[in-house]
Design a protein around this ligand. Structure first.
Ligand SMILES: NC(=O)c1ccc[n+]([C@@H]2O[C@H](COP(=O)([O-])OP(=O)(O)OC[C@H]3O[C@@H](n4cnc5c(N)ncnc54)[C@H](O)[C@@H]3O)[C@@H](O)[C@H]2O)c1
Length: 308
């Protein structure tokens, strides 16, 4: 089982709390093994949902990635279908949810786990092309999926949008990305208010810096003090720095976000809606001077438990 889920998977008891339910995970594709030991939030969420008895529609713009997640689920005895779609295209989303209706007849949960960014441009370096590219996927895409998911949620449902810590504690990342994630938070609250009467809840998760394939790419393109790309040999140091800025002294993984997403999507969260949850190992609450003045802070053993 550990092989199916990857070396960093965080285990947990299985309650089959999603038995009989149907979920669509947008951005649920899994990167190939050569992308490293990281796993994306969508793939981890899809796999945990299936493990809890959920039938999962894995939507991704990358067909091969979606099928990789489906294979991992089916190989573990779960049920899933792959759907190729670009969330920024309304007609793609309409077709995707038609496929869910045909396959399963209903929908209980929508989990928007994807997001794109570009290089670390500030507002003074802003280019219009980036606004269109990022906002089309990160915001318009989440509107499209919700638009087509809600009519399928005839017995009520839950929407979980993956935002970013950047929405409220911006890093030196991309200006449009930060703005897009602020919009995801507002959109989530809007849906909670407008659709609550139908029994539909909406919540968002703001992940801090975690170890996923996107981070691998970002670290590869991140510039060091000398303005040159960070060489692979420095990645471990960069990851250690990311651990140090958290209260728990650990780096998060997609599994940490996936577990939070499952809770918010589940019936156990039936009275939680319109909330944005920070999942960042406490990085956003630790005082900056505490990190700076205590370089001797020892790193905790961050070894994660394997799925059994
Ligand atoms: N990795 C981090 O450190 C970090 C930090 C804060 C927030 N986040 C957010 O967490 C979420 C997941 O991040 P991740 O690192 O797991 O991402 P990822 O890049 O590993 O996975 C994203 C998936 O979405 C798919 N995708 C991209 N554009 C799409 C589109 N237009 N239509 C359909 N599918 C599309 C990709 O093919 C990929 O499979 C994102 O919203 C990201 O912004 C990540």
């Amino acid at each position: 089982m550990a092989e199916q889920y990857g070396p960093n998977a965080v285990a947990g008891p299985v309650s089959r709390r999603f038995e009989g339910k149907v979920a669509l995970v947008a951005g649920g594709g899994r990167t190939p093994p050569e992308a490293g030991d990281g796993i994306g939030v969508g793939a981890a969420t899809s796999m945990l949902l299936a493990r809890e008895g959920c039938r999962v529609a894995v939507l991704d713009i990358d067909d091969a990635a979606a099928n990789r997640t489906v294979k991992a689920i089916v190989d573990s005895g779960g049920e899933a279908i792959a759907i190729k779609a670009d969330v920024s295209v309304d007609t793609d989303c309409a077709r995707a949810f038609d496929e869910v209706r045909e396959a399963y007849g209903t929908l209980d949960a929508l989990l928007n786990t994807l997001g794109i960014t570009r290089s670390r441009r500030s507002v003074t370096q802003f280019v219009d092309e980036e606004w269109t590219a990022i906002m089309d996927v990160n915001v318009r895409g989440f509107i499209h999926t919700a638009k087509h998911a809600i009519p399928l949620m005839t017995n009520g449902g839950s929407i979980v949008n993956v935002s970013s810590a950047d929405a409220v504690v911006p890093s030196h990342g991309n200006a449009t990305f930060a703005a897009s994630k602020g919009a995801v938070n507002s959109l989530t609250r809007h849906i909670a208010v407008r659709e609550g009467y139908r029994g539909i809840r909406a919540n968002a998760i703001m992940p801090g810096a975690m170890w996923t394939p996107i981070a691998l790419t970002k670290l590869g393109t991140a510039v060091g003090a000398d303005k040159k790309p960070l060489p692979a040999s420095d990645w471990e140091a960069a990851r250690e720095q990311r651990r140090r800025i958290t209260a728990t002294q650990t780096e998060g993984t997609a599994w940490d976000i996936a577990h939070a997403a499952l809770f918010l999507a589940s019936d156990q969260a039936r009275w939680i809606t319109g909330q944005v949850l920070m999942v960042d190992g406490g990085a956003s609450v630790i005082a900056p001077w505490d990190v700076q003045n205590k370089p001797e802070r020892k790193l905790a053993d961050h070894t994660l438990r394997f799925v059994e």
